[in-house]
Design a protein around this ligand. Sequence first.
Ligand code: SF4
Ligand code: SF4
Ligand SMILES: [Zn+2]
Length: 330
Amino acid sequence: MREAMYYQPHEKDILCSLCPKGCIIPEGRAGLCRVRRNIGNTLYTENYAACSSYALDPIEKKPLYHFYPGSLLLSLGTWGCNFSCSFCQNWEIAQENPQTIRLLPERAVKLAEEQKEQGNIGIAYTYSEPSVWYEYVLDTAKEIKRAGMKNVLVTNGFINKQPLLEILPYVDALNIDVKAFTNEFYHKICAGSLDSVKETVALAASACHVEITTLLVPGLNDDQQEIAELASWLGTINKDIPLHLSRYFPNYKMKAAPTTESTMKMARDIAEQHLNYVYLGNMEGQGTNTYCPKCDKLLIDRNKWRSTMVDKNKCPQCGSIISIIGDIAF
Ligand code: SF4
Ligand code: SF4
Ligand SMILES: [Zn+2]
């Protein structure tokens, strides 16, 4: 347990200012994310170095498709979350109390360095929500930068501006969930708010590499107009931001039928009117390839793990600049 950052006294209680929930936490109690507790008017982070899941994952699994394609990341998760999405794929760790191991920052960095030979380029803070593991992620991210490796956050983007600005200099890439493009969805399904997530996306995109994931749930966020608005807004930030449209399957408390393949493809067609790179996820390999936005040349075939690019930033057919950061490892 460590003393938490970003809190202040609030009458007899504590106000946590790490995320927009702004929990007012009485003595002995934890905030809504379950991992920040008021003990004797000091706020403690109960999950510091408490690692519930770890694996050496392909970067494409985060998903990041335009950042060091084909590389690997040591992926670490904790427990707790500041959302309570009814479709949560990681509910066993986000909403329950999983077993954890103690993995201090120095040990995590050493592990990542030992995996360099296998193709590891750094650490991804993922599985559960990294915002509510803030102090640990910040300490580890600083060490990873010192080791010359990369930090990746896979996040719901629900964090206040100040803590975000403090951690961004150490972050190389983020995949941010934009779970829908209405506040109604965020309130009802996730217990969050869209406006704060939009602010995070804009700030992060001005600081480092960003990709976006949207899980399309039938009848809840797959309306054509809504998809067009989401893609159009992203396009105003940067048309090169990759958008991953992920197919929903029943999970946790949500029992609706899976999204149809035709809805997924329709959504991609709409989003492509506003963005250069739109991908499909959970579609058995369909929609994962990278094409040149100008001449349609196949650039990266993710079913065969093959790239046609001789120069990683240029289309070999028309010479257009392709926004891919880092080397392609296949
Ligand atoms: S980080 Fe946790 S305790 Fe702090 S405001 Fe958000 S939900 Fe509440
Ligand atoms: S933000 Fe992610 S981890 Fe948290 S409840 Fe939602 S889906 Fe689960
Ligand atoms: Zn081209």
